[in-house]
Design a binder for this molecule. Structure first.
Ligand code: FAD
Ligand code: SIN
Length: 529
């Protein structure tokens, strides 16, 4: 099948859906998404969206908090644009129908919560299910829009380029098993994060860095992949897969404690439990290593039980399903891979270094987060850059006759009877990354990780060409590439800054530099590979 469209959007989280709604004003949009449409990191977002909304707050304060968290590497212009656009983009969401939790005293306004690194209450939320409220509302609006066609269970395999420009993507129809050609005036990567590169993550299974891997293979520049944010508090329980305990629990008074009850964050930072995330995650890692304990504990039992149940209905119910009553019991927590601050390098309109290719949301590296993202700034970033990208792409997208493209050709690939290779490699990569490329790194461990990942990469590449494509195989090939990019970037950064903490280089370098990686692509090379 060959589909021609003005805009091809790969991914259906907040970034892809909000872009689609805006782009649909100037052309036809196709959204391809690898599972059912709502499945995304966005769906699970809890804390909320940071934006200046109260009289006691100001753009300057939000900008300052973002720059502080970013530890010297934020792009100031991008920070200013993003934060100043915040209120208008929040109004977009409200116009689309998103229902934020109203304030208790002023029901016409919104309740604002706090998270680590924020000097003011500025996070709009929908109880502790903000992502679900946003995602489901946007899906409703997209489904109603006659200019948007949705392709669920379609996984993008590779971008189609002519050596300099992106023309669309090859996409596997997971139900029909065909690889279809999507041709577009503008192609938009909105494929989300990379959490599944690690064994322990807050992210759902879709977070395999597909957009970053596809962009790299197509020759786009990839930036700052060493800055992987570990969320300090994921539920520690053998049956709780990837369940986050929102930072807003600490924002509302939660305190981190050791098994013996000692609150330890005062030993690490003046903001104690509300210090920036990199500092809290490292403190927990350090305490766990010192004590040999498997987790630390989050305590909010000193707050009134009724208000906890009201403010955190989702977290309360989920903890209770594991026998933990958070109004009476301490919650066992560990840090887990949560967010990629780097990604596909883009300019102020979300344009990548490849013509016709845009990247938005978590997949993109805009310069907003620097070396460490301020909590709840990512949903905001996704909204702002989707808006800017739609505006820019709308000026350029023409109803042009797109070139004739060779359909997907898999050569001699045959059906695989050895899927165990795929599952084994998945486990091995995630174990290597967790053990050697985690919260605290060393040159030796990074070198060792690099060696092992290269061996696995060669095996996976061979397997990829020998056997028929499946969703798992596509994702495996992407996570190994993303793992390599993280290791390579981490090896290049010889300093400890923000989320990149490396034992041989404890100080910060005077030169503040981003890490950029880019592959040389020959014309035609990318047609199937
Ligand atoms: P996603 O929402 O992840 O969407 C990516 C989409 O791309 C999915 O639809 C996926 O299926 C699709 N996709 C991926 N690869 C392919 C492919 N090859 N082909 C087709 N489709 C593909 N941030 C905040 O600002 N505030 C919060 O409170 C907050 N809480 C969070 C809580 C949790 C548990 C998690 C995991 C993250 C949280 N974050 C939060 C981060 C934030 O949710 C994400 O950064 C943001 O939702 C990313 O949006 P996105 O649209 O870029 O990607
Ligand atoms: C949380 O609710 O703790 C997640 C917030 C974020 O990642 O921005």
């Amino acid at each position: 099948m060959e589909i021609k469209t003005d805009y091809l959007v790969i991914g259906s989280g907040i970034a892809g859906l909000s872009f689609a709604l805006k782009a649909a004003r100037s052309g036809k949009v196709a959204i391809v998404t690898k599972k059912e449409i709502t499945e995304s990191n966005t769906l699970y977002a809890q804390g909320g969206i940071a934006s200046v909304w109260s009289q006691e707050d100001s753009f300057e304060k939000h900008i300052d908090d973002t720059l502080k968290a970013g530890d010297g590497l934020c792009n100031r212009g991008i920070v200013e644009t993003t934060i100043k656009q915040g209120p208008e983009r929040i109004r977009d969401l409200i116009r689309w129908g998103v229902d934020f939790t109203p304030g208790e005293k002023d029901s016409k306004n919104f309740d604002l919560t706090r998270e680590g690194g924020h000097s003011r209450r500025r996070i709009l939320h929908a109880d502790d299910l903000t992502g679900r409220e946003v995602e489901e509302t946007l899906v409703k609006r997209v489904r109603e829009n006659g200019s948007i066609t949705i392709y669920e269970n379609f996984i993008a395999v590779n971008l189609i380029t002519d050596g300099s420009a992106c023309l669309g993507a090859y996409v596997l129809n997971k139900k029909g098993s065909s690889v279809d050609t999507f041709l577009a005036g503008a192609t938009v990567l909105a494929t989300g994060g990379i959490g599944k590169v690690y064994l322990y993550t807050s992210n759902p299974d879709i977070a395999t860095g597909d957009g970053i891997a596809m962009a790299y293979r197509a020759g786009a520049s990839i930036g700052n992949m060493e800055f992987i944010q570990f969320h300090p508090t994921c539920l520690y329980h053998p049956h709780a897969k990837s369940f986050l305990i929102s930072e807003s629990v600490r924002g509302e008074g939660g305190v981190l404690r050791l098994k013996d009850g000692r609150a330890f964050m005062k030993d690490y930072h003046e903001l104690k439990d509300l210090a920036p995330r990199d500092i809290v995650a490292r403190a927990i890692d350090n305490e766990m290593k010192k004590t040999g304990d498997d987790c630390v504990f989050l305590d909010i039992t000193h707050k009134d039980g009724e208000s906890i149940r009201k403010r955190f209905p989702n977290i309360y119910d989920r903890c209770l399903s594991f026998g933990i009553d958070m109004t009476k019991d301490l919650i066992p927590v560990v840090p887990a891979a949560h967010y990629a601050c780097g990604g596909v390098s883009v300019d102020e309109y979300a344009r990548t270094t490849v013509k016709g290719l845009y990247a938005i949301g978590e997949t993109a590296f805009t310069g907003l987060h620097g070396a460490n993202r301020l909590a709840s700034n990512s949903l905001l970033e996704a909204l702002v850059f989707s808006h800017l990208a739609a505006k820019k792409a709308g000026e350029k997208v023409k109803k042009k006759i797109l070139s004739v493209i060779q359909p997907w050709d898999r050569g001699v690939a045959v059906e695989s009877y050895e899927s165990v290779v795929v599952s084994h490699c998945w486990d091995e990569i995630r174990r290597i990354m967790t053990d050697y490329v985690g919260i605290v790194r060393s040159t030796k461990r990074l070198r060792r990780a690099g060696k092992r990942i290269r061996i696995l990469r060669d095996e996976i590449e061979k397997y990829y060409w020998d056997y028929d494509l499946t969703g798992d195989l596509i994702e495996l090939r992407n996570i190994i590439l993303v793992a390599e990019l993280i290791i390579e970037s981490a090896r290049k950064r010889r300093e400890s800054r923000g989320l990149h903490w490396i034992t041989g280089y404890p100080g910060k370098s005077r030169r503040k530099k981003n890490t950029e990686l880019r592959k040389k692509v020959r014309a035609g090379e990318n047609a199937a590979g």
